[in-house]
Design a binder for this molecule. Structure first.
Ligand code: FAD
Length: 385
């Protein structure tokens, strides 16, 4: 049985069948849709280029019993409680993803997680509309990009000292500040939102940001409330080992909701990105079928914002040394490498330099040392192949 009809859920089913499982599979999904991809919601869907992002997977051929519009409510050993009654299982995949955090206040606030969210927001992105986006993270930047392109007057309000400060640190995030101005987007940094009101935002300072449309992009929480009271251990997501096993026998967890133990980085990781939802299910399926496969990837994600392709691979720690590759003030294409104390590549961020991210990911995987003097030279590959 698979709970959560998103990408990780459907990939789990594909992996179970691919690995030869011929038993019954039931897919439980709270949404009324067949599984769909979320990355295009803040890109092609908001830009009006498509209305459907349904995952290209033949659920009929996979012989799946679909229970859409059905939410899981609780879990006991071998029994899943749902809004439609109890279902027995032999093996279970938890793939319930994450839900957006909302701010306080009586005003309408858009969030962006579902296809309905994207279509409702798109309708309101009309020329001249005053749009306030709260949060200059990945989603906020992509929404601001689409809103500016639609001819809206966009203000982005960010609590940190730069865009992407939480994800990349302010020193790197600040190199994206100019993109906002170039797109005609006003960026207010160090501004904490107090409430969302019917006519805009009130900041903690008392200042007001008038707006017709408010979009909140301040992060998500793993969708695991339904597991309260169960024997599944939860701590910032479902706690799983390197085989993606939960604390309850025959139950695995994958995707945005799972916090797994990474042997490679020696820490627990919960990664809210597409590649994890795509790849982890293969290991989860192997585990459910009695195998000992290990999930230990170098995390990867991308974002398309203000005409730039931003890509990241790896996992950075506070003590890693940041090395710029190119000059973001001068070069359109640049990158940042984070090196460990012994000059191993921990993570790489690239802006319109896709080769660097592909090579960088392999280098992180291989654990090789890099020559810092070479890293700073964008004309040379990170290392000779
Ligand atoms: P989800 O896709 O969230 O699916 C979980 C499903 O479980 C949902 O349908 C939910 O309704 C359902 N569910 C929840 N609770 C229950 C319950 N109790 N019972 C039954 N069903 C339940 N990643 C990138 O790497 N690059 C990008 O550019 C990028 N862009 C993104 C843009 C947007 C707008 C969003 C929202 C995400 C983006 N991501 C991106 C992240 C990526 O889409 C997610 O990491 C991925 O969707 C996670 O898949 P998942 O299957 O784990 O969770």
């Amino acid at each position: 049985m698979v709970v959560g009809a998103g990408l990780a859920g459907v990939r789990s089913i594909e992996a179970l069948r691919f690995r030869g499982f011929t038993g019954r599979i039931t897919l439980i999904g709270e949404e009324h849709h067949r599984p769909y991809d979320r990355p295009p919601l803040s890109k092609a869907v908001l830009l009006g280029e498509t209305d459907s992002t349904v995952v290209d997977s033949d659920l009929d051929a996979l012989d799946v019993r679909l229970c859409l519009g059905t939410a899981a409510k609780g879990l006991r050993d071998g029994v899943l409680e749902t809004t439609e009654g109890e279902l027995e299982y032999d093996g279970l995949v938890i793939a319930t993803g994450a839900t957006p955090i909302r701010l306080r206040g009586e005003g309408r606030q858009h969030v962006l997680r579902t296809i309905e969210d994207a279509l409702a927001l798109r309708e309101r992105l009309v020329p001249g509309a005053r749009v306030a986006v709260v949060g200059a993270g990945w989603i906020g930047a992509e929404v601001a990009t689409a809103a500016a392109r639609a001819g809206c007057a966009v203000t982005v309000v960010e609590a940190g000292e730069s865009p992407l400060a939480v994800a990349l640190g302010p020193a790197v995030g600040s190199h994206t500040t100019g993109w906002y101005a170039q797109a005609g987007v006003e960026l207010r940094l160090g501004a904490l939102v107090g409430t969302v009101d019917p006519d805009g935002l009130t900041l903690m300072s008392g200042a007001r940001v008038p707006a017709d449309v408010v979009v909140t992009g301040v992060g998500v929480r793993p969708a695991v409330d339904w597991l309260k009271g169960s024997a599944v251990r939860v701590d910032d997501g479902v706690v799983v080992d390197e085989h993606l096993r939960t604390s309850l026998p025959n139950v695995v967890a994958v995707g945005d909701c799972a916090s797994w133990w990474s042997r490679r980085f020696g820490s627990r990781l919960r990664v809210e990105h597409w590649d994890t939802a795509l790849q982890a299910p293969d290991v989860a399926a192997a585990t459910l079928l009695g195998g000992e496969a290990v999930y230990d990837p170098v995390p990867y994600f991308w974002s398309e914002q203000f005409g730039h392709m931003v890509q990241f691979a790896g996992h950075r720690e506070a003590g890693d040394r940041m090395v710029l590759r190119g000059d973001p003030r001068r070069d359109a294409k640049w990158a940042v490498c984070w090196l460990t104390a012994d000059d191993r590549l921990a993570a790489v961020l690239t802006v319109d330099r896709p080769r660097d991210v592909v090579q960088g990911r392999k280098i992180v995987e291989g654990g090789q040392r890099l020559d810092p003097l070479r890293v700073v030279d964008p004309a040379r590959p990170l290392r000779d192949c």
